[in-house]
Design a protein around this ligand. Structure first.
Ligand code: F0G
Length: 352
C-alpha cells in the first residue's frame, strides 16, 4: 500500500516517540507543495505554497496535535486542555476523540470563526468562551493545567513543536534541498519556531545543504514582535493570529536572527487582497490568517526586496472553509433564474 502513514510513522526516527507510545493519528501531514504560477510571475521567483489546509482538520495544527495527544495518552492523561483562536481547538477536539480523552477548550468570546467552533462542538469538546483575548485564554489554560488533572496541548508544550517541524522535512524531501526563503504567518509563534527547528535538523544531518531565511508576518493590529511590545488589545480580521503576547516570542526572534530573516507586519487590507488573489488566481482557498504569508511576500517584492530567481515556500496554514464569511462578504448575491437554458445562458454572459 502507498497510503501516507501519518507524520509520526513517516518521521519516527526524528521524533521523541518510542515503541511504547500509542500513536494517535488521523494520517496528518504529507500535504501538497503546490507551484504558485501567478506569485512566481509577480516575484520573478519559484514560489510554492505548502497547503496545510489539506490536513485532516484543515490546518497545520494536526501536525503538533498527533504528537501532543499521543504523548498525553502515553503519560496516562485523562483530559487535555488548550487555549485557541480556533484551529488548535478544532484539532485537539478531533485527536482527543481518537484517543478517548476529554478535551477542554478555551476560546476568546465572539472572536473565532464559525467553522472552527463547529468542529470543536461536533467533536464533543467542552468549550468555554472566555471574556478576554487569546492571551488571557492561554494564561487561564496554563493555570488550569498546573492545578487540575488536565494536560496542556498548546504549542508551549514542546512536543507540539516536534510534530510541526516535520513540515520543513517534507519540503526538503520534495525540493531536494531547503528553499532560499520560507514565509509564514506568525501568531503565537510556535510554527515559525517549529519550521526553523526542522530546517536546522536536516541541515545538521546533511539532508539539506543550507537553511532558508525565515520570513514571518504578523497582522498590523496584532504585531507585538514587530512593534517590540505586547499588544493589550490585538485587532485583525485574521482572527487566527489575533494574538498580543506570543508564547514563543523569543524563539521567533531567534529564528529570524539566526536565519538572516525578518519579521514584519501586513495590514488587514493586504491580507484580504492576498486572500482573494490566492483563491481567484491560484485556485487555493485559505483562511485570512494564512494569506498573511503571501501578503508579506508580495509587499516585499513590490518594495524591490526580493531578488529574482530564488526558491520561496509560503506556508498557507488553514483551509478557507473554516472562515467563509470573507469569501461571501462584499460579493454580489448570485442571480436567480427560471429553469430555462436561454435565460441562464444570457445571465452567464454566454450569448455575446
Ligand atoms: N495560521 C493559522 C490558520 C492559525 O490558526 C495560527 C495559529 C497561525 C497561523 C499562527 O501560528 O501561532 O504558531 O504562530 N493559531 C492558534 C490557534 C493560535 O489557537 O489555533 P503560530
Amino acid at each position: 500500500t502507498h497510503q501516507w502513514r501519518g507524520l509520526i510513522e513517516e518521521y519516527r526516527d526524528r521524533l521523541p516517540v518510542s515503541a511504547a507510545t500509542p500513536v494517535v493519528t488521523l494520517l496528518e501531514g504529507g500535504t501538497p507543495l503546490v507551484p504558485a504560477q501567478v506569485l512566481s510571475e509577480r516575484t520573478g521567483c519559484d514560489v510554492f505554497l505548502k497547503v496545510e489546509g489539506a490536513n485532516p482538520t484543515g490546518s497545520f495544527k494536526d501536525r503538533g496535535m498527533t504528537m501532543a495527544i499521543s504523548k498525553a495518552k502515553e503519560a496516562g492523561a485523562q483530559a487535555v486542555i488548550c487555549a485557541s483562536t480556533g484551529n488548535t481547538s478544532a484539532s485537539a477536539a478531533a485527536y482527543a476523540v481518537r484517543a478517548g480523552l476529554v478535551c477542554a477548550v478555551l476560546v476568546p468570546q465572539g472572536k473565532i470563526a464559525l467553522g472552527k467552533m463547529g468542529q470543536a462542538l461536533v467533536h464533543g469538546s467542552r468549550i468555554l468562551q472566555v471574556d478576554g483575548n487569546f492571551d488571557d485564554c492561554l494564561t487561564l489554560a496554563r493555570e488550569l493545567s498546573e492545578n487540575y488533572p488536565v494536560a496542556l496541548v498548546n504549542s508551549v508544550n514542546p512536543v507540539r513543536i516536534e510534530g510541526q517541524k516535520t513540515a520543513a522535512f517534507e519540503i526538503v524531501d520534495m525540493l531536494g534541498d531547503a528553499p532560499d526563503i520560507h514565509v509564514l504567518p506568525v501568531g503565537n509563534a510556535g510554527n515559525i519556531t517549529a519550521y526553523w527547528k526542522g530546517y536546522r535538523e536536516y541541515a545538521k544531518d546533511g539532508l539539506a545543504t543550507r537553511t532558508p531565511r525565515m520570513w514571518g508576518f504578523q497582522a498590523s493590529g496584532s504585531a507585538p514582535i514587530v512593534d517590540g511590545a505586547p499588544v493589550l488589545k490585538p485587532q485583525t480580521i485574521a482572527t487566527a493570529i489575533r494574538i498580543g503576547n506570543p508564547a514563543s516570542w523569543a524563539f521567533a526572534e531567534a529564528a529570524r536572527d539566526e536565519s538572516g530573516g525578518l519579521i514584519d507586519k501586513v495590514t488587514d487590507r493586504q491580507i484580504l487582497a492576498a486572500y482573494r488573489l490566492l483563491a481567484a488566481q491560484e485556485g487555493v482557498f485559505v483562511e485570512p490568517a494564512s494569506a498573511a504569508s503571501v501578503a508579506g511576500l508580495l509587499a516585499k517584492a513590490e518594495a524591490g526586496l526580493v531578488d529574482a530567481g530564488q526558491r520561496i515556500v509560503c506556508t498557507v496554514t488553514g483551509n478557507g472553509l473554516k472562515d467563509p464569511d470573507w469569501a461571501v462578504a462584499g460579493a454580489p448575491q448570485p442571480q436567480v433564474v427560471p429553469v430555462n437554458a436561454q435565460a441562464a445562458a444570457q445571465r452567464l454572459g454566454l450569448l455575446d
